[in-house]
Design a protein around this ligand. Structure first.
Ligand code: NAD
Length: 398
């Protein structure tokens, strides 16, 4: 079947199997080059160290990059969990489904252990399945990456469904947004969330499930001495505070960050450690649907590129694993800051200057929306020059 990119309301509904292969291969190539010292000063060579890594939310974005750096950088054994859609008749799979297949295939070629489980990470059944697999194949885990981003969660005990919302927690808020199709600047207003919506968003994206995972792994003796766990968070600049840091999602992220001390306490007997890593704003399937954020990212990309500090997920995670984590580089609150370049005063000052030039109804003339769009296409396997998108592809085989 010929697969074309189909975007509706900033959401891409299709994925190209061969393009997803390209995406995964490019991330692996980066890691291999960086490992040899070919990617510059920021990305120092790393040496192999046999460890067992569990990546929750492994199929796209930060989770996929975490798995790739672990496996193809350190030659670690990885178990990945994600919730992806398989192809169905004429419907393509979700990109993560293809990414997982390619990852497993390329890992096998290099004799690197990898097993990928597709299902709901929030469920008790998935936790049991992972525990059984660890016991059967790996014994114990040294590093748990928590990179799940989901709009909903079914409570594993009550079976009640919780939905997260993207709203403010203070007054209604209006600011600029961009239509990715027409590239015209418009305005978006965000309602104030109800207390229930805030609590529901915390239930979905807060620390509860991360804690449950660590609990399940501990109870079943699946964690090694000196094990570590990292969950990913975002803070961002004042400009996006009303929608992000001070919005419903920010409240969930604060809860996630507060979960660190609880998990740390649980891991003490193993001399283990929990971290939150605050990462840079990047185009991923999760971030593209947050109002205002794509416009901010488009401006940020331009400024960061002009200053030679732009990074994608793979560069971010490589820096996490090669520098921040081994050298325990944390801020005054104990958080790893991969958003260090994004939050630099000179970078934010330039972004603010660009933001002030925006005019509603005009086509976006500043920033780097083309990179945002290209990266978004790449996430779904589109926009690669070496792929002939007019050719038939097998939807089952990336
Ligand atoms: P993403 O959408 O690319 O990845 C989300 C992952 O979660 C996918 O692997 C998906 O399959 C998995 N997932 C979703 N629901 C699941 C479920 N029920 N069970 C199992 N797996 C499930 O998202 P991302 O942007 O890489 O986000 C990952 C983390 O990084 C999030 O915590 C996010 O807040 C954080 N983060 C993102 C950014 C950004 O700009 N994208 C910045 C900083 C931090």
């Amino acid at each position: 079947m010929v697969v074309q990119e189909k975007i509706i309301k900033n959401v891409c509904l299709t994925a190209h199997p061969l393009g997803c292969r390209e995406y995964v291969k490019k991330e692996i190539d980066f890691v291999k080059k960086a490992k040899k010292g070919d990617m510059g000063e920021l990305y120092q060579p790393i040496s192999e160290q046999k460890k067992n890594v569990l990546v929750l939310g492994c199929s796209t974005g930060y989770g996929l990059s975490s798995r790739i750096v672990s496996a193809f950088g350190f030659k670690n054994n990885t178990i990945g969990v994600s919730f992806e859609r398989a192809p169905n008749g004429k419907r393509t799979a979700s990109p993560g489904w293809y990414n997982n297949k390619v990852f497993d295939e390329l890992a096998e070629k290099e004799n690197i252990y990898s097993k990928t489980l597709n299902g709901d990470a929030f469920s008790s059944e998935m936790k049991k399945e992972v525990v059984d697999l660890i016991k059967k194949d790996l014994g114990k885990i040294d590093l748990v990456i928590y990179s799940v981003a989901s709009p909903m969660r079914i409570d594993p005990v009550t079976k009640e469904t919780y939905k997260s919302v993207l709203k403010t927690t203070k007054a209604e808020y209006t600011n600029f947004n961009v239509d990715l199709k027409t590239e015209v600047i418009n305005k978006v207003s965000l309602e104030k969330a109800t207390e229930k919506q805030i609590q529901d968003t915390i239930k979905v994206m807060g620390s509860e499930d991360w804690k449950l995972w660590i609990q399940a792994l501990l109870e079943n003796d699946c964690l090694n001495n000196n094990c570590q766990t990292i969950a990913y968070s975002y803070i961002g600049p004042k400009l996006t505070y009303p929608i992000y840091r001070e919005g419903t999602i920010g409240r969930a992220k604060k809860d996630l960050e507060n979960g660190v001390s609880f998990i740390d306490e649980q891991l003490k007997k193993l001399n283990g450690k929990a971290y939150v890593s605050v990462n840079k704003a990047l185009v991923t399937r999760a971030s593209a649907v947050i109002p205002i954020v794509p416009l901010y990212i488009a401006l940020l990309y331009k400024v960061m590129k002009d200053n030679n500090v732009h990074e994608n997920c793979i560069e971010q995670v490589y820096r996490l694993f090669s520098d921040k984590l081994p050298n325990s580089k944390v801020d005054e609150k104990g958080r790893i800051r991969l958003d260090d370049f994004e939050m630099r005063d000179d970078i934010q000052c330039e972004v603010e200057k660009l933001w002030k030039t925006l005019i509603e109804g005009e086509k976006l003339g500043v920033g780097d929306l083309q990179s945002f769009k290209r990266d978004y296409s790449h996430l779904h396997g589109f926009g690669y020059k070496n792929i002939d998108y007019s050719k038939d592809v097998d939807l089952e085989r990336p």
